[in-house]
Design a protein around this ligand. Structure first.
Ligand code: URA
Ligand code: CA
Length: 445
């Protein structure tokens, strides 16, 4: 078997065998085939697609290209959660402590920010002293002791994805369903959980911009997860605007603490409770996702979730007093409120542009080794559908300098469309996809 034969076959739109796919994944992990041939096959896959079986074979071959975490030392059903990436999307910080407080173990490996999207690890590191690198042994011990740990990847998980993701980024092959699904699921399967809840984002800040595409992505994830032998549920949620009101690392930690303290609510809380409800159902702790959601809400009300977050921060070396006093989090030098400047209705947001605005302020990396400024970002005061007046606050900027604030103000204004026509609210949920079918929600709320 040669790489050239495999490329030729996919170029002609034929189905690849498991052996051919395994050869490709192994070659990517071990870098035994030149980048130009890997890239050529990536483009052939992007153009001609893959069947569910091929995508499953690719997912498993990528999973098996490195280590697989062994979580069997943790009693109970371990349910992982993964988001396809969004802006102001802090669901992990809200739901991980709540799910743990409801009795299901959460052993979560998270990632860093990528492009316009934020990353849970970066947010956690904005808490003074917080460590996100633990040995597999310490990770498992912490979950056994307090029920929750959120860390970076341990070991050498899915190295084939590292090579392929870097090539996709520079060969215009990121937007391929089989490549997205195998990339995400290979890492999640290698992370060792028993079941997975996927949060597939849809809208202007998501990897997929239309409802149809996002539902197809969710459906492919569920089909492939099922063929790979893991229960997977996908919830297609709205990314037509940032999910939370806060965008930026320390600001998003603050919002999560405000929510767990019962001081804040909104779409971030709603989506977190729903995803957590599915996690509790899959973990065998709730009769139904709805019952799980009610348990989650009760853990907010009782303060059990906030207490769990405190325990997790303390266990990972962080200043857990931030949970009682959010001003202990990094604070930006310049903080300034900006008004809408125009009366009308908030019709639309370019969520990717908002994410890029936060990135440019220092909340995200432009190069892999860039240092982040944890304090910067912005807090939005408006949601799609709101009626606003000229002097209604639009957002509060948290910037490193006056100059940065001026640039960010222009970028945020340009990303938010205020017009004369009234419009509805953007949906929080588009669909639920399980192995039993697709339930379209999409109701404006
Ligand atoms: N996130 C990933 O890890 N991989 C993709 O392909 C897309 C989003
Ligand atoms: Ca809503």
């Amino acid at each position: 078997m040669t790489m050239l034969e495999i490329i030729e076959k996919k170029k002609l739109g034929k189905e690849l065998t498991k052996e051919e796919i395994t050869f490709f994944a192994k070659a990517a992990a071990e870098k035994t085939v030149p980048d130009y041939q890997l890239s050529a096959l990536l483009m052939a896959i992007r153009l001609n697609g893959m069947s569910y079986q091929e995508t499953t074979d690719l997912t498993l071959a990528m999973r098996d290209s490195g280590d697989i975490a062994d979580l069997s030392g943790i009693p109970g059903i371990k349910v992982d959660k993964h988001s396809t990436g969004g802006v102001g999307d802090t669901t992990t910080l809200v739901l991980a402590p709540l799910v743990a407080a409801c009795g299901a173990p959460v052993a979560k490996m998270s990632g860093r920010g990528l492009g316009h999207t934020g990353g849970t690890l970066d947010k956690l590191e904005s808490i003074p002293g917080m460590k996100v690198t633990l040995s597999e042994e310490d990770f498992i011990r912490q979950v056994k002791e307090i029920g929750v740990a959120v860390i970076g990847q341990t070991g050498h998980l899915a190295p084939a994805d590292k090579t392929l993701y870097a090539l996709r980024d520079v060969t215009s092959t990121v937007d391929s369903l089989p490549l997205i699904v195998s990339s995400i699921l290979s890492k999640k399967l290698a992370a060792g959980s028993d079941a997975i809840v996927l949060d597939v984002k849809n809208g202007s800040g998501a990897i997929m911009h239309t409802e149809e595409e996002s539902i197809m992505l969710a459906r492919t994830m569920v089909e492939v997860g099922t063929l790979a032998g893991k229960p997977v549920v996908a919830v297609v949620t709205g990314m037509d605007q940032p999910l939370g009101t806060h965008v930026g690392n320390a600001l998003e930690v603050k919002e999560a603490i405000d929510i767990l303290s019962g001081r804040a609510g909104g779409d971030l809380l709603e989506v977190s409770l729903t995803l957590g409800g599915y996690m509790l159902k899959l973990a065998g702790k709730a009769e139904s996702p709805e019952a799980g959601k009610a348990m989650m809400a009760e853990a907010v009300r009782s303060g059990a979730g906030l207490k769990k977050l405190k325990e997790m921060i303390a266990a990972q070396g962080g200043d857990s007093a931030v949970c009682d006093d959010v001003t202990r989090l990094p604070q930006a030098k310049v903080q300034r409120s900006v008004t809408c400047g125009k009366a009308g209705y908030v019709q639309k947001m370019d969520t990717m542009a908002l994410g890029l605005a936060a990135q440019a302020m220092g909340a995200g990396r432009l190069k892999v080794d860039d240092e982040l400024d944890y304090s910067v970002g912005f807090v939005l005061n408006v949601r799609i559908g709101d009626r606003v007046e000229e002097d209604t606050p639009l957002c509060t900027l948290h910037a490193r300098s006056e100059e940065d604030a001026v640039k960010a103000e222009a970028a945020v204004r340009a990303a938010i469309t205020i017009g004369e026509e009234a419009c509805g609210r953007a949906p929080d949920f588009y669909a639920i996809v399980t192995k039993d079918g697709i339930w379209k929600l999409g109701a404006t709320e």
